[in-house]
Design a protein. Structure first.
Lengths: 258, 321
């Protein structure tokens, strides 16, 4: 199978995220990593390629530095990468990003395009279904299990109280949830091998994107302001010395739970 | 008057809470509230009116339940192109997100996800979206023409009946091309749990990695049982396979707003707290006095869950007599 996986570079989740004056995420001076959710995507893609005898191509859109996320996927075992980078694409909203990714993969003959469910920083999960819509193919979302049977793609899609089993033909976009596999670590051999793998770099013009449909100018959602949200105040903190059971029970009575 | 459409979702044969929450808010916006009910949801018109829909666009065809997502996308696109509502609101739920994103992409319109507030002035729609674990609020507006697509976070509004009563029902039958019947729903599995539903329980007892292992969740089950509550889990616990995903609270899990939330061995990461900080009262137990969860707790107990939780169970039993 010809497997494609999208990877997004996002700030390290262990660091505190910051916004700049333009309401965009500050990416300077913070450590950037491959989005955690995409690690599951890469792993799932590699397993699928191993099982079906295929290759994995990773696609990322972002500044030049996003190449690091692609490199990580290559050292995990992906075969090649596509980096979509262009100052004209900065500030794209979900739809602008989806347009660029869709344009980059549309003539590549992929069977399956695997994405994360939602990214750490965007966290809106808009990009993958939008890519599928632009390409005119189905997407199977929130997959907690992914199988190929007789050339058909089958997923268990998470729901609020269990899952539904979905089945369709290729090509298809699938979003995967955390926990469906155990992402591998790059081996030293993988890291060395990645150096000779090719990453194709494309810009908005090469993708034939209409300048008005992408980037900050094309964004259809505008951030007017960002304000601190009202926060809860901390209450009382006690150290357990055998009394906390009583204390909690008394509070539960006060709150009319008991 | 401008029209705002609301996608109707069902849950166990009834109108889903998220839909009722959105309708409750929509009826305060000074617009015509139109519920779009596809598939079996088309039979829910009375309830939709009770919560604020003045009109229902109903299509009872079974394609919407036999096939995943795409028929609903086609229906929304066809109806919206013909009738041009100001905005279409979906739940920030599995189905709502899947349909909403595709509708926005097809129409080439702006979309804001996971809003917790929405306002309308004339033809201008504004939304508020919490970011960074709801420590900040991003206020957004739309550029270009509508219909703007918005998804609303569950529990952003409290559902209250109070609509004008029986809505006008218009049967619709948009064309559903064969290409929209490409994803078959083979079966549905429900991971049954005991007691009240997590999202509706008045008390939620959540275990984090500090519980040490799945076997130790028994005491949380016992405590929740005594309090008429439900057990929740952090993503660390779910990813480790200790508990099923249906129990996960947080950004990528459920949003809960119980009367009392008891966090046991939970650090309080922002992706967790975003799903529980709306709780009325928060009690937490953590052995690390620096744990961020204490910053939003009404009562914080620095201690070992393996000692404190059994103490609470004993004291609660004593009170219950
Ligand atoms: C995109 C994204 C989405 C996410 N979505 C979610 C989500 O929906 N829900 C969610 O929960 N997380 C989510 N996370 C993960 C989140 O960032 C945290 O990693 C997770 O919430 C931590 O879980 P935890 O508190 O159980 O574990 P830890 O952070 O490991 O905390 C364990 C705590 O237990 C305490 N402890 C240990 N032993 C004891 C003891 N014996 N007695 C008392 N206390 C003890 C420790 O002091 C510590 O504070 C998400 C992350 C990302 C990147
Ligand atoms: N700029 C990007 N480059 C590559 N993949 C992306 C990008 N933005 C989003 N994605 C993919 O879409 C998923 C969901 O992201 P989001 O829609 O931002 O929540 C991510 O996990 C990625 O797989």
């Amino acid at each position: 199978m010809n497997v494609f996986v999208t990877v997004k570079q996002t700030p390290d989740p262990n660091a505190t995220p910051k916004l700049g004056d333009n309401h965009r995420l500050v990416r300077e001076g913070v450590e950037l990593v491959m989005d955690q959710g995409d690690e599951y995507g890469v792993e799932e893609g590699l397993q699928l390629a191993e099982k079906t005898g295929g290759q994995v191509t990773v696609v990322s859109m972002g500044p030049e530095k996003a190449n690091d996320a692609i490199r990580k996927a290559l050292s995990m075992g992906a075969e090649s990468g596509i980096l979509i980078t262009d100052p004209a694409l900065a500030g794209s909203d979900g739809l602008g990003t989806a347009r660029a990714i869709a344009a980059a993969v549309k003539d590549k003959g992929f069977d399956i395009l695997i994405c994360g469910t939602e990214s750490f920083d965007g966290s809106t999960g808009m990009v993958p279904p939008m890519v599928a819509e632009i390409l005119g193919i189905p997407h199977l979302s929130f997959a907690k299990k992914l199988d190929v049977e007789d050339g058909k793609i089958k997923v268990q899609r998470q729901t609020a109280d269990g899952y539904v089993t979905l089945e369709t033909e290729t090509p298809v976009v699938v979003t995967v949830t955390g926990g469906l596999n155990e992402p591998r670590y790059p081996t030293l051999k993988g890291i060395m091998g990645a150096k000779s793998k090719t990453v194709e770099t494309v810009d908005a013009a090469a993708l034939g994107l209409d300048a008005g449909a992408v980037g900050e100018g094309g964004a259809l959602v505008k951030v007017e302001s960002v304000e601190p949200a009202p926060q809860r105040a901390a209450g009382e903190i006690i150290t357990d010395e055998g009394q906390s059971g009583e204390r909690v029970a008394a509070l539960l009575v006060e709150l009319k739970v008991l | 008057m401008a029209e705002i459409w609301v996608h109707v979702e069902e849950d166990a044969g009834a109108v889903a809470p998220i839909t009722l929450e959105i309708l409750t808010k929509a009826r305060t916006l000074g617009v015509d509230v139109v519920a779009v009910a596809l598939g079996s949801a088309a039979g829910q018109t009375a309830k939709l009116g009770e919560y604020g829909a003045t009109k229902v666009l109903a299509d009872a065809r079974s394609d919407y339940t036999e096939f995943f997502s795409l028929p609903a996308v086609e229906a929304f696109v066809a109806l919206a192109l013909e009738r041009k509502p100001l905005a279409i609101i979906f739940g920030g739920s599995y189905d709502g997100r899947d349909i909403g994103c595709r509708v926005a992409a097809r129409l080439g319109v702006g979309m804001a996800a996971f809003a917790t507030d929405i306002s309308v002035e004339g033809e201008t729609v504004k939304v508020e979206v919490p970011i960074f674990g709801a420590t900040q609020v991003s206020k957004k507006s739309f550029a270009g023409s509508g219909p703007y697509v918005v998804t609303i976070r569950p529990k952003a509004f409290a559902a209250e009946a109070g609509g004008a009563g029986a809505p006008a029902v218009e049967e619709v039958s948009p064309e559903l091309p064969d290409s929209s019947k490409r994803v078959r729903i083979l079966d549905r599995s429900v991971e049954a749990s005991e007691g009240p539903k997590l999202e509706e329980a008045p008390v939620v007892v959540t275990g984090g990695r500090g519980m040490g292992g799945p076997e130790n969740f028994n005491i949380l089950q016992e405590l929740a049982g005594l309090l008429g509550g439900a057990v929740g889990a952090t993503r660390a616990v779910v990813d480790a396979g200790w508990m099923p995903y249906a129990m996960q609270v947080g950004q990528t899990g459920k949003t809960v707003k119980p009367n009392v939330y008891i966090a046991c061995g939970v650090s309080g990461a922002m992706q967790h707290t975003v799903g529980m900080k709306g709780s009325k009262n928060i009690i937490s137990i953590n052995k690390d006095e620096e744990a961020p969860i204490f910053k939003l707790s009404d009562l914080g107990i620095v201690g070992d869950v393996h000692k404190v939780v059994p103490q609470i169970i004993e004291a609660v039993k004593a009170k219950k007599g």
